[in-house]
Design a protein around this ligand. Structure first.
Ligand SMILES: CC(C)(COP(=O)(O)OP(=O)(O)OC[C@H]1O[C@@H](n2cnc3c(N)ncnc32)[C@H](O)[C@@H]1OP(=O)(O)O)[C@@H](O)C(=O)NCCC(=O)NCCS
Length: 195
């Protein structure tokens, strides 16, 4: 077997395949489309959402959403970028699995109107279960700003463990902020009951 073939087979094992459509108890998670730009712009123009994310500018405009969507829908990256939808395909948030230099990272947000109904625990639980089915040996990294108790609770419920703490720059806050780092392996995933 020559070197090119060895390299290709390793690449295949390291990618989870195309972004899937996932049905959970109350939600449909599907790949993004350019047409999601208005909903994303409306959700991320809310400072209470953006301040908990590291890379979302304020103010946030439709063009920012288009730029992000063009990258996510290009098909050039192994990442999953799932639209969280409810009812009649209403876009209420995002769950992303992003491959960075140090491995896979889970990120997510929800339009503020939909907070505190268990939606994100349901959505991330469903995505992680599908991801680990395709990538059983992967380690998933996540985390949250230290003042983001809701997000840390989501991760605690899913089985993530805290592995480090430091500071991360928040574009929306325009400053460094204390940040907790977490990690999850397939065997530790806890799926919430009603998903
Ligand atoms: C974080 C976020 C996605 C949570 O979504 P959600 O659907 O409301 O989360 P869930 O309802 O599934 O779970 C939230 C948990 O935190 C708890 N919680 C909510 N607000 C809280 C607060 N201020 N302090 C402590 N706990 C809180 C809820 O009670 C729930 O726990 P429980 O099920 O044990 O009662 C949503 O708040 C959000 O989009 N925030 C802004 C963006 C963001 O923070 N993204 C994540 C970046 S790491």
């Amino acid at each position: 077997m020559n070197a090119a073939i060895v390299e290709r087979s390793v690449e295949v094992r390291l990618a989870p395949g195309p972004c899937p459509i996932i049905q959970s108890h109350r939600l449909t998670l599907r790949p993004h489309r350019i047409g999601d730009a208005d909903a994303i712009a409306a959700s991320l123009a809310d400072f209470k959402v953006a301040r908990m994310l590291s890379r979302v500018p304020q103010p946030y405009h439709r063009d920012d959403a288009i730029d992000w969507l063009v990258r996510q829908t290009s098909g050039l990256m192994p990442d999953w970028s799932l639209a969280v939808t409810t009812g009649d395909d209403v876009h209420i948030g995002v769950v992303g699995m992003e491959l960075r230099r140090d491995g896979w990272h889970l990120g997510y947000w929800l339009n503020r109107y939909y907070w505190d109904h268990g939606y994100m625990t349901e959505a991330t639980g469903a995505v992680l279960e599908r991801f680990f089915r395709r990538m059983p040996d992967a380690v998933v990294h996540s985390g949250a700003f230290a003042d983001n108790l809701a997000s840390l609770n989501v991760q605690r419920k899913l089985g993530f463990r805290i592995v480090d703490a430091g500071e991360v720059f928040s574009t929306a806050r325009n400053r460094m902020a204390p940040h907790i780092e977490t990690m999850l392996e397939a065997g530790d995933l806890v799926r919430p009951q009603a998903c």
